[in-house]
Design a protein around this ligand. Sequence first.
Ligand SMILES: Cc1cc2nc3c(=O)[nH]c(=O)nc-3n(C[C@H](O)[C@H](O)[C@H](O)COP(=O)(O)O)c2cc1C
Length: 478
Amino acid sequence: MSEPGAGLRRGPAQPVETAAVAGAGGPFGVAAVAGAGGPFGVAAVVESGGPFQMAAGAESSGPDKSGGPDQSGGPEESGGLGESDGLREADGPAEGSRGPAGSAGPERGAAASAPGPAASARRKLRPEHYDFFAGGAGEETALRENERAFGRLALLPRVLRGGADLGTRVSVLGREWQAPLFVSPTAFHRLAHPDGELATARAAAATGIPLVTSMAATTAVADVVAAAREADSEALVWFQLYPQPEHEVTAELVRRAERAGCRALVVTVDSPVFGRRTRDLRNGFHDLPPGLAAENMRDLPGAAPGSTRDIAMWPAGWDDLARLRELTDLPVVLKGVLHPEDARTAVEQGVDALLVSNHGGRQLDAAPASVEALPAVVEAVAGRVPVLMDGGVRRGTDIALALALGARAVGVGRPVLWALATGGEDGVREVLTALREDFTHVLTLCGGRRPEDLTADQVVPRGLPYRPGGPGRGERAW
Ligand SMILES: Cc1cc2nc3c(=O)[nH]c(=O)nc-3n(C[C@H](O)[C@H](O)[C@H](O)COP(=O)(O)O)c2cc1C
């Protein structure tokens, strides 16, 4: 695919984006790119019980194992992928039962009569764009599991710990964050709202929540950072990078991020090929509409002046990461690490932080839920660098569970996209505020005064008897 999208390109042998899509019959242009990032967590969130909506959706979402996406005939017809969003009109928590932000439903699986955030966004978006944001790879197992896994965990509160000096600040890469929360990188915000990444950036900055802007953004990184800094001169923006096979292209992207004022590079390494996003394949969604493009890919080496390059998905190696490190003094956060051995290697290679993520279920469908992969990575890292995570975070309890299991902070993807689609900048501000407030509430109920007070012994499985002395034994993992 070409303009306007800076589509995805296969790796050395073949362009990745196209590969996945092509496999299913359609060329994948920019969309592919987008797909690579699995955007809208929110939808999923919503449906499956996220803040806005409910888990009910989650439970029922997605095709069941007996008839994957292909067999199920698509969301609408079969209650497969489409319903897996929990987007049926009747789904979602009752108004009065919504979470603080109105974005997180009270309980996963709670039936709801009010539409949730994903459902609301769905009404605003073209079906193929909604699916692009909401969908995952394959049968969308990883997508669903990201949320369900949180639902399988309970928090054991501690009592009589006193103290009125509640605080939610955490320190990440030398900066104090107001809360252990950030906006994960997602592609194509202008598909969700005309103001796109500018609205997201202003809202994140206004709420003091760091933003990771995607390389596949529909707004150039310099403009994203400028918008954030208008709202807050100290706003923290990081740049997400897919290393490109042409070193000079990667180098130019890094320079742009530096010049824009980004404070870290989030290097996504879970995409050696483009994920096979079932809904995109079915919809034939393979490119951005006219007038929109992956603006960071414009005017790069090897492209005609004024045109955009495709984003290549290719199997980079540790050597490529080392070369990337030589390009910049910015801290490097490795995104998409799930295996503890990779975590160990990354730390030995000098990576500054890890982001445990399965790309919102948009890459390897057999990947575990992020929160289930988290403890082993935390153990492997042994406190040497901060561990972040994203995937399925929809409410304050999810944030608390991840922190108790050793995450320093968590990212949200789809919830921000749904909020952007339905409410623009105001919507994003509301959902981020709600998540932060919900976390503060949960932290207090758990007997904590600071995020670091949450410990692994407070996490127990639902549906099974538990006993003291389980994982973590009360020690802080970081
Ligand atoms: C529509 C969409 C686009 C995404 N685009 C990117 C991307 O460009 N780069 C990237 O590293 N991750 C991307 N992701 C993955 C997110 O950064 C994040 O890992 C995921 O959305 C977290 O899960 P959640 O959506 O359940 O919160 C994307 C996710 C979605 C849903």
